[in-house]
Design a binder for this molecule. Structure first.
Ligand code: ATP
Length: 334
């Protein structure tokens, strides 16, 4: 199975060639008086949905363990609930690494906005750095990443939607950006397979429990809904459950079910495309994003058979983890 729920985080043993991170490399700069005057250092892992960001963040956090903490920047994963549908890392795969803003917000909160994220994640970064630890921001919502990091932030302006808005190159923190990128054809194949794995893992049952036949949202499309009800999977299956309420026998064999699955796959691929466009815009605005090419690792994951796990880990270590560690290490030494 390719499901992140089943194996992404358990098979990997860091390759021996991965540079060793000493705690000194993390903590020494903080003891330097001149460092106190500098901006806080933050590692930021970006990339489209399904590109392996969470995996990389956990691998890095394990190498820096126990001196790093993760902050989720996926706008659907901040909410409590729908763990399969929104692809949250299961607790047993979190390797004891602290995760912030992952399922912390009640779905009844309504929209958790980029301004909310700037405020909450900003406080969390201050707390983490006051513990002398390294904050690692990870997630696919570029509007959250932009809101958190931009020196100048206007809550009224969506820099990605408003063609005239300029993205400021000045940042509130000293940032090390890792952008996990995958050739789109390979990513699309992976995303289609991932939706099937999520369905196998219980996504429909999770959505059935979340379905509320009295919700006024049922008539709304995803753009006009709020909070967790926008998550890909919810509007698509609300349409299905209206026709075949949860528990309805044999409903999974219907055309309406196939249609819901097809819509989820389409919308996931569209989301990935939009996320990549936004990353390109940030790069064009002068954000120093370091591109890490995970295409080969995902090709191996998609094509290799039973022994794929080991081979995939090797290629992942060589192409993704090792270059990332080098970049982060240099960043921390600067
Ligand atoms: P936008 O400015 O369009 O809101 P963004 O960068 O803030 O973009 P994205 O992460 O691109 O945020 O999310 C946009 C939409 O994609 C969400 O409203 C939701 O419908 C869907 N989406 C994003 N992440 C997830 C997820 N983890 N699970 C399910 N759906 C998601």
């Amino acid at each position: 199975s390719l499901s992140p729920h089943r194996h992404c985080y358990t098979l990997f043993t860091p390759a021996s060639s991965v540079p060793t991170i000493t705690t000194t490399s993390l903590r020494f700069p903080r003891m330097d008086a001149s460092f106190q005057r500098r901006k806080d250092k933050v590692v930021v892992i970006m990339g489209a949905t399904g590109s392996g960001k969470s995996r990389l963040s956990l691998d890095l956090a394990s190498l820096f363990f126990p001196f790093s903490e993760l902050i989720n920047s996926d706008k659907m994963q901040v909410y409590n609930g729908l763990d399969i549908t929104t692809n949250k890392i299961p607790i047993h795969d979190r390797k004891g690494v602290p995760h912030h803003l992952l399922g912390d917000v009640s779905p009844s909160h309504g929209d958790f906005t980029p301004s909310d994220f700037r405020l909450r994640a900003g406080q969390i970064i201050s707390d983490i750095t006051s513990r002398n630890n390294l904050p690692i921001v990870v997630g696919g919502s570029n509007s959250f990443v932009h809101a958190l990091l931009a020196e100048r932030f206007d809550p009224e302006l969506n820099v990605f939607d408003d063609g005239d808005a300029e993205i400021s190159p000045e940042l509130r923190y000293e940032c090390c950006f890792l952008w996990v990128d995958i050739s789109f054809n390979v990513l699309r194949d992976y995303l289609l397979k991932r939706v099937d794995d999520m369905l196998d893992s219980g996504m429909v049952e999770e959505l059935a429990e979340f379905f509320d036949r009295d919700s006024p949202d049922l008539e709304l499309d995803s753009a006009t809904r709020t909070g967790l009800r926008k998550a890909i999977g919810v509007p698509e299956f609300d349409r299905f459950f209206k026709l075949y309420p949860p528990g309805c026998k044999d409903s999974l064999r219907t055309g309406a079910y196939q249609e819901a699955v097809r819509a989820i796959k389409d919308n996931t691929c569209q989301l990935a495309k939009r996320q990549i466009q936004k990353i390109h815009r940030l790069k064009a605005a002068g954000w120093d994003l370091r591109r890490i090419d995970a295409t080969e690792a995902f090709r191996v994951l998609m094509t290799s058979g039973r022994n794929g796990g080991d081979r995939w880990s090797d290629v992942w270590g060589r192409d993704v983890l090792e270059p990332s560690v080098k970049i982060v290490r240099r960043f921390l030494m600067e």
